[in-house]
Design a protein around this ligand. Structure first.
Ligand code: UGA
Length: 434
């Protein structure tokens, strides 16, 4: 099948690469010339495990190509996936300008037939608005529309795409349902994962899913605080709680709070949708508020536990990306923590396996930070260690290296260390709810 993908970010490229691997002829359109140039030489502009080699293979097999031109990108296309970003505006609502621009360009360049699927996360009602916008410029009734929200996680995106829990298609049109079944058939073999809904329900499923997961995280973070005041241990509480299949063990890991380009934006977006309908969003609002407090709480814990003035302390910090296996630092709790604490401390030594370059751009106006290439290289000069991201290489650190920390303290913002082993080495350990 000839498929066009508009927008070459995480969602667009992963979708393109996975559909090209099946033998479809995929064309990716992006208006950013430098991104297209990089992709043509198989360079992925961000870190996503496995994506580079998949693209390389697809290019070699002539199953994927890249262009800045809608005219070229749409020729003979039967399905178009819109995958451009919808970043938050100041009032919390998502900015839909990129999606609107895409629809105008599609309307001006699509001639024959085809289905336009919106994968971008857009508030309920947007698909219909985009259809009206499209129809202003293009009245061809053979062009159809569907909402097809995406549920991939950065760092594991290919796996999520190929092994979906569900494939949501918002459309009442039989032709759209047929073409959706054709596209997704190879990922839908073991059991039927296709869920057809109306267009509004599909849009809302995405916001509800992300907001629910964010709420789960805020809930466990709150319970972790209670653990610290009592003799309860969050690891055991989480295990016991998550063993109830009605609750489930996933997204119950306490930490510094949730970050990234999706949860914070989508939670705020849903709150905005509620208020625009004249409704209260008590639960989602609380998840958002609790998330803001979580980092403050951790920073207070650091301040209370440090015996000397912070402005005499050098801090070693591991993990800058918002989660492991990505170089994405958008809404990263590590970046927020550094911005908050850097005016009060002597200096920060920062280490991340892949995200330092992006972090440098985010932190370029802060002078007392140093990026290091090896995680133990400055340990003797540092008073204590803060872990912000659970990269695998941080889980089992060399204890004799940790002993070199001047104040022998470790703040584990993701509860990944063996706290007993750390304490046995006479290093003070501070986790979240442990
Ligand atoms: C999230 C969703 O998980 C995807 O299903 C969705 O498709 C995607 O947003 C999107 O809307 O595009 P992502 O933001 O890549 O994916 O990352 P997650 O793994 O969900 O993590 C989000 C944040 O929650 C991270 O900061 C992570 O550290 C935090 N988290 C996650 C916790 O604090 N505790 C947990 O138990 C799980």
């Amino acid at each position: 099948m000839n498929i066009t993908i508009v927008g070459s970010g995480y969602v667009g490229l992963v979708t393109g690469a996975c559909l090209a691997e099946l033998g479809n002829k995929v064309t990716c359109i992006d208006t950013n010339k430098s991104v297209i140039k990089k992709l043509e030489s198989s360079v992925v502009p961000f870190h996503e495990p496995g994506l580079g080699s998949m693209l390389q293979k697809a290019i070699k097999n002539s199953c994927i190509k890249f262009t800045t031109s809608y005219k070229h990108g749409l020729s003979e296309s039967e399905a178009v996936f819109v995958c451009v970003g919808t970043p938050s505006k100041k009032n919390g609502s998502p900015n839909l300008d990129y999606v609107s621009d895409v629809f105008i360009s599609l309307a001006k360049n699509m001639e024959d037939h085809g289905v336009i699927f919106i994968k971008s996360t857009v508030p309920v009602g947007t698909n219909k608005k985009m259809q009206s916008l499209f129809r202003k410029y293009n009245k061809n009734p053979n062009i159809k529309f569907a909402s097809n929200p995406e549920f991939l996680k950065e760092g594991d995106a290919i796996n999520d795409f190929k092994k979906p829990d569900r494939i949501i298609i918002g459309s009442d049109d039989i032709e759209v349902q047929k073409i959706s079944n054709r596209i997704y058939k190879p990922f839908n073999r073991q059991s039927n994962r296709m869920i057809f809904t109306n267009i509004e329900s599909a849009e809302l499923i995405k916001y509800a899913a992300n907001s629910f997961l964010a709420t789960k995280i805020s809930f466990i973070n709150e319970v972790a605080k209670l653990c610290e005041k009592t003799n309860a241990n969050i690891d055991d509480v989480r295990h016991g709680l998550g063993s109830d299949p009605r609750i489930g063990p996933q997204f119950l890991y306490p930490g510094l709070g949730y970050g990234g380009s999706c949860f914070p934006k989508d939670v705020k977006g849903l709150i905005h949708t509620f208020s625009s309908m004249g409704l209260d969003s008590m639960v989602v609002n609380a998840a958002d508020e609790a998330n803001k407090l979580q980092l403050k709480y951790f920073i207070e814990k650091i301040k209370k536990s440090v015996s000397k003035p912070l402005n005499e302390c050098n801090i070693l910090l591991w993990g800058l990306s918002f989660k492991p296996e990505t170089d994405d630092v958008r809404e990263s709790l590590a970046i927020k923590l550094i911005k908050n604490l850097s005016p009060q401390v002597k200096s920060f030594y920062l280490y991340d396996p892949v995200a330092s370059l992006n972090a440098k751009l985010e932190l370029n106006d802060i002078s007392n930070i140093h990026f290091i290439k090896r995680k133990y290289s400055k340990i003797e000069e540092c008073n204590f260690l803060i872990i912000c991201t659970e990269w695998k290489e941080f889980w089992d650190p060399n204890i004799s290296e940790l002993k070199k920390l001047k104040d022998k303290k470790v703040f584990d913002g993701r509860n990944i260390l063996d706290q007993q082993a750390i304490r046995d080495a006479n290093i003070e350990y501070y986790g979240v709810g442990r």
